[in-house]
Design a protein around this ligand. Structure first.
Ligand SMILES: *[C@@H]1O[C@H](CO)[C@@H](O)[C@H](O)[C@H]1NC(C)=O
Ligand SMILES: *[C@@H]1O[C@H](CO)[C@@H](O)[C@H](O)[C@H]1NC(C)=O
Ligand SMILES: *[C@@H]1O[C@H](CO)[C@@H](O)[C@H](O)[C@H]1NC(C)=O
Ligand SMILES: *[C@@H]1O[C@H](CO)[C@@H](O)[C@H](O)[C@H]1NC(C)=O
Ligand SMILES: *[C@@H]1O[C@H](CO)[C@@H](O)[C@H](O)[C@H]1NC(C)=O
Ligand SMILES: *[C@@H]1O[C@H](CO)[C@@H](O)[C@H](O)[C@H]1NC(C)=O
Ligand SMILES: *[C@@H]1O[C@H](CO)[C@@H](O)[C@H](O)[C@H]1NC(C)=O
Ligand SMILES: *[C@@H]1O[C@H](CO)[C@@H](O)[C@H](O)[C@H]1NC(C)=O
Length: 566
């Protein structure tokens, strides 16, 4: 009896474990149509490593490779499994349609290999960059992933048990194709875009009433005038905003209070789809919520007569996913009365916005751990780099987002290589680096494209009712707003000014989706850590596992094994 209970318990635990998402490997695809070969993976762009888990319905050998053209020639291959004499694993490469050769440098590290009655589960790791000439350099472009396997551990010709799939490993997005896709349309209709360099247009809208909760799983931009539509944001409104309105944004209308980000798109971005386990909740009890679509038109040539009908399509489903998505707005944004200018003629001026999640408990209780899976970074024309630091107990533990080559024309929601957990009390700091060498006047924080802002939208689950957590330095009561900009400041003045702004107390503002606001005046900007320099030295994992047993594959006809992966 007890044994049976224990067995059931173990079985349950095992099934749960198999189903649960591994935060270090959030991506999953089947490489074949019959769902016999499953690849999970995740990566750490800080340490420059990528981890794979290949699960194949076989108890024989399994092979995985990265191939320039989908065939075997030039492919970077690993073969492994669990045989009668233990585990085996090798890094190989194919020079042509001849015997693949064992790499001199074994660049892959076996982390584990397990077998159950039907399956082999092999977990292994390598660096993202190629460490020797026989390794495939993994980039954020689609590449050909190949696989093959046998029914026994003795490596022999695999017959039809092989295939290829194109995957973008570092920039993966699921694509579901439901039978009858339904979407909500959040668009403007024939807006006359004024002949001004910057124009923010806002439209408050109600969606067709959905009486039960639905999940938005995909956001597709509909861009009418690609040359002037710069970014779009869809916000939800607090319950007391009930009147529809359309016109220029931030003119003191009730809709200015709508600040719960639902969806975002920046120039250069594509359609975005949430991971399979999450969706953005819409309808149900919140069916009367109004939404505000904000479109930033950037019209530097001040063209006249442009009519625009851009917007977003929100694909939704009644099949609720496991978690609701939340989007947290962090960084530094122009606020009334704020003095925060970026001096001209400086090639790397930093601004900071901090967010201490310790304040969340004043608005939401209890505060769950927030699992961050994607980030959208946003600055304007002078922005060159954005880093989002993650601090715990006063120490930086990670980056939640990082773009060392920020490109204003290429903004997109970037999926993180693994899920990062924000715990109650953690701090977030958004740092932007600006280059104003080309400017002769100070750049202020503001809404225009020629003004600046420094934002990180963190996509996480489970959703909490907090929309915004931003900060700015407490410059009030300070006579001078930094260097005198009548003349272009010299470098030591600029450095002093940057340091001065950084050491001032930071005023933090945390806002919930009912617009209740908590302000605290004791925020601190902490030092951010240096970036890791990714090297090709064997990862720490390999030193953890120096005992892995390697099969001697020499002399086995690997040619036959892989020859027909074409
Ligand atoms: C593969 O093996 C797993 C675990 O034993 C099983 O649940 C699944 O149905 C198998 N898949 C196929 C397509 O046979
Ligand atoms: C900008 O700074 C450089 C020194 O880095 C100086 O040589 C140059 O004259 C400055 N530009 C202007 C317009 O003052
Ligand atoms: C700053 O921008 C100028 C041109 O606008 C460029 O020449 C310079 O290399 C940039 N400096 C840095 C550090 O990005
Ligand atoms: C610098 O400014 C000039 C004129 O203001 C502009 O034509 C040029 O493209 C700018 N260069 C860069 C790198 O932004
Ligand atoms: C968020 O607030 C709404 C009311 O504004 C409430 O109905 C909902 O239960 C809250 N959700 C959470 C997760 O606290
Ligand atoms: C939202 O705010 C209104 C007015 O400020 C208040 O009456 C209401 O109780 C608040 N709702 C929640 C869920 O906090
Ligand atoms: C700021 O003040 C709050 C209480 O108002 C306190 O809990 C928090 O620890 C303080 N933070 C810092 C960084 O001093
Ligand atoms: C591997 O096997 C080949 C032939 O069976 C043998 O010549 C070679 O010495 C073996 N290598 C190792 C490292 O055991």
């Amino acid at each position: 009896m007890h044994a049976l209970l224990l067995f059931l318990y173990l079985l349950l635990a095992w099934t749960e474990g198999a189903k649960a998402m591994d935060p270090t490997m959030p991506f999953m695809v089947f490489l074949d149509q019959d769902h016999l070969v499953c690849l999970k993976w995740g990566f750490d762009d800080q340490y420059g490593t990528i981890t794979f888990q290949l699960t194949v319905n076989t108890t024989g050998w399994v092979g995985f490779g990265l191939s320039p053209n989908g065939g075997m020639k030039g492919a970077d291959i690993v073969i492994g499994g669990l045989g009668p004499s233990g585990e085996y694993f090798k890094d190989l490469h194919a020079t042509g349609y001849s015997m693949p050769v064992e790499d001199e440098e074994q660049s892959y590290t076996l982390l584990s290999v397990h077998e159950n009655e039907e399956q082999t589960i092999m977990t292994f790791e390598r660096s993202i960059q190629a460490c020797d000439k026989n390794d495939f350099h993994i980039t954020d472009h689609p590449i050909n992933v190949i696989y093959a396997y046998g029914t026994i551990d003795e490596i022999s010709y695999h017959g039809q048990r092989r295939g290829v799939k194109q995957l973008n490993l570092l920039n993966y997005m699921p694509r579901t194709h439901p039978n009858n896709p339904r979407y909500l349309s959040a668009t403007v209709e024939s807006v006359m875009v004024p002949a001004t360099k910057t124009y923010y247009h806002c439209k408050l809208m109600a969606f067709p009433q959905l009486n039960t909760a639905h999940h938005i799983y995909q956001i597709v931009p509909v861009i009418d005038n690609p040359d002037i539509v710069h970014h779009m944001l869809l916000y939800s409104c607090p319950v007391y905003v009930t009147e529809l309105h359309e016109g220029q944004c931030y003119m003191g209308d009730p809709g200015d209070a709508c600040f719960g980000v639902v969806a975002s798109w920046g120039v250069g971005g594509q359609a975005f789809e949430f991971p399979e386990n999450v969706g953005f909740r819409i309808g149900g009890e919140e069916r009367d919520t109004l939404y505000r679509l904000e479109i930033h038109y950037s019209n530097p040539q001040e063209k006249t007569g442009i009519k625009d009908s851009s917007g977003l399509r929100l694909y939704y489903t009644t099949d609720l996913r496991e978690h609701d998505v939340g989007i947290l707005f962090t960084g530094v944004l122009a606020m009334e009365g704020m003095q925060y200018n970026i001096p001209p003629n400086t090639s790397q001026f930093h601004t900071y916005g901090v967010c201490s999640t310790a304040h969340f408990s004043q608005l939401v209780n209890p505060v769950p751990d927030l699992q961050v899976f994607a980030v959208l970074l946003h600055t304007h024309l002078a922005g060159r780099k954005v880093r989002v630091g993650h601090f715990r107990d006063g120490q930086q533990i990670d980056f939640l987002g990082l773009d060392e080559n920020y490109d204003f024309e290429m903004q997109h929601i970037a999926s993180l290589g693994h899920i990062k957990t924000i715990k109650q009390g953690d701090e977030i700091a958004v740092e932007c680096t600006y280059n104003t060498t080309n400017r002769t006047e100070a750049t202020k924080l503001g809404l225009a494209t020629t003004d600046e802002m420094c934002l990180a939208f963190l996509f996480y689950y489970p959703a909490i009712n907090i929309t915004t957590c931003i900060s700015h330095p407490d410059t009030e009561g300070i006579a001078s707003n930094g260097p005198d900009y009548d003349e272009i400041p010299d470098h030591s003045e600029i450095d002093d000014y940057e340091t001065y702004l950084k050491t001032l107390p930071q005023i933090q503002t945390v806002i919930d989706n009912n617009l209740t606001t908590v302000v605290s005046t004791n925020g601190t900007i902490r030092e951010m850590m240096e970036m890791f320099t990714v090297t090709c030295e064997k990862s720490s994992a390999s030193s953890r596992r120096c005992t892995s047993w390697m099969v001697n594959l020499t002399g086995i006809s690997i040619l036959q094994v892989l020859a027909s992966i074409i």
